[in-house]
Design a protein around this ligand. Structure first.
Ligand code: F6P
Length: 527
């Protein structure tokens, strides 16, 4: 990927409209999680660790192309300490020599507000809603604690973000382009708009947008506030056309004073127009290949050889209910039952990153994963003994180690991506790029990636354990020529539809929007 030079020169190879935009603008990236986390060492020193997740990877790439400021929430005590130190020194930004692409600014809510915002509303409520994760007769219960977390957490933190963004915008020497990310910040655009009516606001929603009926499980005050917040943006972007259409329907159903134009994908609301766009996120092939070729990854690759078998099935995920990890193992169990000839010949390697352990559902899910893996290993350990072999059918690797996960992608025969619902799923794209064995991808219809890669993968419905077992079998036994054909097409698609394209398509639309809006600004308000 190209880069921005601190002297203001923008990569000459960028598309003209994008280059022009970047030369005049400062990108203000706004996300809950920051690009780096601070931690205290045992002797009290402040050290940094790169943030994790798709948003960070994608927006770190964006920061490379322009003058960039990142506004994020202080999540750790050390983040808060660092923000406080910066405040005492009167410094407007945290500058990090190891991360020259951006300057950082923290929003610092008090811990209770943060807890309500992140651990009660954003993750258990909005994330669960947007991934259809509820067992609706039992959950969610929107009780007084939920409302308190909404008012004193989600609303408060979104307001703090808006204050920080408007302060950054006011101090900016170049035109600020505000790039809001994800479901944590649905209310912030409206709060920003109250203060700065002319700012260019773009919001990308990385996760699915469910059907408007499902949104009815949220009280109308909440869902209206969310729609109104998003409609304060100039552009709202989604991963797939289905999510974008669903958003239009949700707005139509909830805001009687909004006018939805389904043909132009626009909403007029309170004198403004919001455009809805589709930008399927992707990976940076150069960067992913570089990590996969790193010494660290090679060391892991060597070590992981011991875990391979005649056939290797792989999954790489956050340990997260929407990823459908447990059903994946049940399908594997079923595969072994249906095809005992595989006993001793196939290994399932699962690399899972624990996440959000402050939320009860996530801890319970991790326990369920451990239990099902234990059961399968115990069951087939006996079967293997009868055959006189030592064999462990599942190897579970828990921890956050990106080079190790990429190393494993090189040698799978089947990659299992059976998410219930997923905004995109970048693992499917990383696997398609890195795999060296013409491996087959078993892909859920519920993953955003399915819309792009589904035609070359084996399709599964996420609840269909029997169908997933069959797809695993088909993948493992697919003729070599067919595997090679599909793998080649998958790789070509990922190379062509990369992260640059995701970014440039958005910047291109922002530039267009900006040029359409400019004449309006020339009209001075009458006094
Ligand atoms: O999928 C969207 C996303 O924002 C990812 O970038 C990230 O992995 C996740 O959701 C948020 O995770 P966290 O709560 O750990 O920041």
């Amino acid at each position: 990927m190209g880069s921005y030079h601190r002297d203001g020169r923008v990569d000459a190879h960028l598309p003209h409209a994008v280059r022009d935009l970047l030369e005049r603008s400062t990108l203000v990236i706004v996300s809950n999680r920051g690009p780096v986390e601070f931690h205290h060492t045992s002797d009290g020193e402040l050290v940094t660790k790169r943030g994790t997740g798709g948003v960070i990877t994608a927006m770190s790439a964006a920061a490379r192309y322009a003058d960039a400021i990142w506004v994020a929430c202080a999540m750790t005590n050390a983040d808060r300490a660092c923000a406080e130190r910066m405040r005492q020194q009167g410094a407007p930004f945290i500058e990090l020599p190891d991360y020259p692409d951006f300057r950082l600014r923290f929003v610092v809510p008090d811990p209770e507000a943060y807890h309500g915002y992140y651990n009660r509303i954003a993750n258990p409520l909005l994330w669960f809603l947007q991934h259809y994760l509820w067992d609706t007769p039992r959950a969610p219960d929107v009780d007084h604690r939920t409302w308190q977390a909404w008012h004193d957490g989600y609303v408060v933190v979104n307001r703090l973000f808006a204050e920080e963004v408007t302060a950054v915008a006011a101090a900016s020497a170049r035109e600020p382009i505000i790039l809001l990310q994800d479901y944590h910040l649905y209310l912030a655009p409206a709060f920003i708009r109250e203060r700065c009516p002319d700012l260019l606001l773009h919001h990308f929603v990385h996760i699915p947008w469910p059907d408007q009926d499902y949104w009815r499980l949220l009280p109308s005050e909440m869902r209206r506030a969310i729609c109104e917040g998003l409609l304060a943006n100039d552009i709202v972007g989604f991963q797939t056309p289905r999510h974008a259409r669903s958003f239009l329907n949700t707005v139509d159903a909830n805001l009687s004073d909004a006018e939805v134009d389904y043909r132009r994908w626009e909403v007029s609301f309170r004198g403004r127009t919001t455009r809805v766009g589709v930008y399927p996120i992707s990976i940076d092939p150069e960067l992913v290949r570089a990590v996969a070729a790193s010494e660290d990854a090679r060391r892991h690759e060597e070590h992981l050889q011991a875990y391979r078998n005649e056939f290797t099935i792989l999954r790489v995920d956050r340990a997260e209910p929407s990823k459908n990890v447990v059903r994946g193992f049940l399908a594997y169990d079923r595969l072994l039952e249906a095809h005992p000839e595989l006993i001793g010949r196939v290994n399932f390697l699962a690399f899972l990153v624990p996440t959000r352990l402050e939320v009860a559902e996530y801890i319970n899910y991790l326990d369920e994963i451990n239990a099902v893996v234990g059961r399968i290993n115990a069951k087939y350990a006996n079967a293997a003994q009868v055959e006189g072999i030592h064999w462990q059918p599942v190897h579970l690797f828990v921890g956050d180690d990106y080079p190790r996960a990429l190393a494993a992608m090189k040698f799978y025969d089947v990659l299992l991506v059976n998410a219930i619902f997923d905004g995109m799923n970048l693992v499917a794209k990383e696997g398609a790029l890195l795999n060296e064995r013409d491996g087959v991808i078993v892909l859920s219809e519920g993953a955003g990636a399915y819309q792009q890669l589904g035609q070359w993968a084996l399709t599964v419905s996420p609840t269909d354990i029997e169908g997933t077992a069959e797809a695993l079998w088909r993948g493992l036994t697919m003729p070599a020529a067919e595997r090679a054909r599909r793998a080649e097409l998958l790789r070509a698609h990922v190379l062509e539809h990369d992260l640059r394209r995701w970014l440039f398509d958005q910047l291109h639309d922002i530039a267009k929007r900006r040029s359409e809006r400019q004449p309006q600004r020339l009209i001075a308000p009458s006094s």
